[in-house]
Design a protein around this ligand. Structure first.
Ligand SMILES: [Zn+2]
Length: 423
């Protein structure tokens, strides 16, 4: 089907709001800088709050600086359907990352209100505080706070000007003392839905405006250190060398080949950082430390690749006379979207004449934390050339409208008959 589907949501109102929010913390023509808990962030949150109220929600800010809007349903005791994302940005960010998930969710509620639809359960729309994590070097703050997953030293983390998160929260208008009385009520939330730009090039390559996310692949992060022996670059004969950088280079090439073994699989592997010692053109490299980032939605496959990589490292080290150590920095498991939510999305997509492909999310999102407390589903919107965390980030109004329409229809389905059977 190629005709333009009839949308219930108001696409021009949504675009207008995206444009208006992008004026706060605007850099250049299309860029945005709204660092978490900054003045700009607060101005953005206040504006978004006014739209929540306009859409028919009661809105407030919780102790963790999450903005939460509530649309009342007929059964206040039923598990809540939660929708949302974040409106904070990277220092050199774009207009759409996180924003479409929050403003799209508000558009969903406003459409429900205008259509006279009363959900069976309360629906909450959340703009989570500090998803990006760039200011205090640790992200997903608001969603972890809300779900009771903060770490002990969290409030003492400082930004580059030495301001603690505690001070920033107070400046924002929150009182960290309120954390004490807060506890997350297990089972309160029935499901979480997040609309987000893809931040990758897969949908564009498939010529698909929107996609249904299969899950968020957790990364495996390793730091590998290989040690050989330094020597004069002019005098040590090749067969006698123990060159750590040559060993490292072989591992990089091997990783690149390993992750491409299964054609079409979403597996990715990256060596993104390299430290060479002594780092001189005239000395055979003695020591190299490098990072490995390995991701796959299929944990068994990722584990098998890890094992293969470790044996490559061992063989290369033997061949070149190198000692090595491997440190595991992060080992996150993939978190899968709920099948029943994906099915609902597929059925609703069909009704508007689209068949969204399923794809994995490499980056993490607020959904990652939510996945530990409830079922979740994600809709991705195509973005130009996969560019994100960059002022050049772009998704077309038509694609955003389609993603939001799918979010609307999915939310309506979930908050009516389906709700009582599934969770
Ligand atoms: Zn985001």
């Amino acid at each position: 089907m190629n005709q333009t589907p009839v949308l219930k949501i108001n696409a021009s109102r949504l675009q207008q709001r995206i444009h208006e929010l992008a004026q706060i913390g605007k850099i250049g023509e299309t860029g945005v800088c709204r660092l978490a808990l900054s003045k700009e962030d607060r101005a953005g949150v206040d504006l978004v709050k006014s739209w929540m109220e306009e859409a028919g929600m009661e809105a407030s800010i919780d102790p963790f600086a999450n903005l939460i809007g509530v649309k009342r349903g007929s059964d206040p005791n039923a598990p809540v359907l939660m929708l949302g994302s974040h409106v904070d940005s990277q220092p050199y960010g774009g207009r759409f990352d996180g924003v479409i998930g929050v403003l799209g969710a508000i558009e969903v509620i406003q459409t429900m209100t205008e259509e006279g639809f009363v959900p069976a359960c309360n629906i909450e729309v959340v703009a989570f505080c500090d998803e990006e994590g760039c200011r205090f070097n640790k992200g997903l703050f608001g969603v972890r706070g809300m779900t009771g997953k903060l770490e002990p030293d969290e409030l003492e983390r400082t930004d580059k000007n030495g301001m603690t998160r505690r001070e920033a929260l107070i400046q924002f208008g929150c009182d960290p003392a309120d954390f004490e009385g807060y506890s997350f009520q297990e089972g309160r939330i029935g499901a979480f839905l997040e609309l987000h730009i893809e931040q990758g090039p897969v949908l564009e390559s498939l010529d698909a405006p929107v996609g249904i996310v299969s899950g968020i692949s957790g990364p495996l992060w390793l730091t590998v250190e290989m040690t050989g022996f330094a020597g004069h670059a002019g005098s040590v004969p090749m067969p006698m060398r123990r060159d750590a950088l040559v060993g490292c280079a072989k591992v990089i090439v091997a990783l690149n080949e390993l992750v491409q073994q299964v054609p079409g699989a979403p597996t990715v592997g990256t060596v993104g950082s390299l430290t060479v010692f002594p780092d001189s053109r005239n000395i055979i490299p003695e020591n190299v430390s490098f990072t490995v980032d390995l991701r796959d939605i299929d944990l068994a496959r990722r584990n098998a690749l890890e094992a293969e990589l470790l044996s490559v490292i061992d063989n290369v080290a033997r061949e070149h006379g190198l000692a090595y150590t491997i440190r595991e920095d992060t080992n996150s498991e993939p978190r899968y979207c709920a099948d029943w939510i994906k099915t609902t999305m597929r059925e609703e997509a069909e009704k508007i004449g689209i068949a969204p492909p399923e794809l994995m999310s490499g980056p993490f999102h607020d959904s990652l934390t939510m996945s530990y407390v409830c079922d979740y589903g994600m809709i991705f919107v195509r973005c130009k050339e996969g560019i994100s965390h960059n002022p050049k980030e772009y998704s077309s109004p038509e694609d955003i409208a389609l993603g939001t329409e799918l979010l609307y229809r999915t939310a309506v389905q979930i908050s009516t008959e389906r709700w009582r059977i599934q969770p």
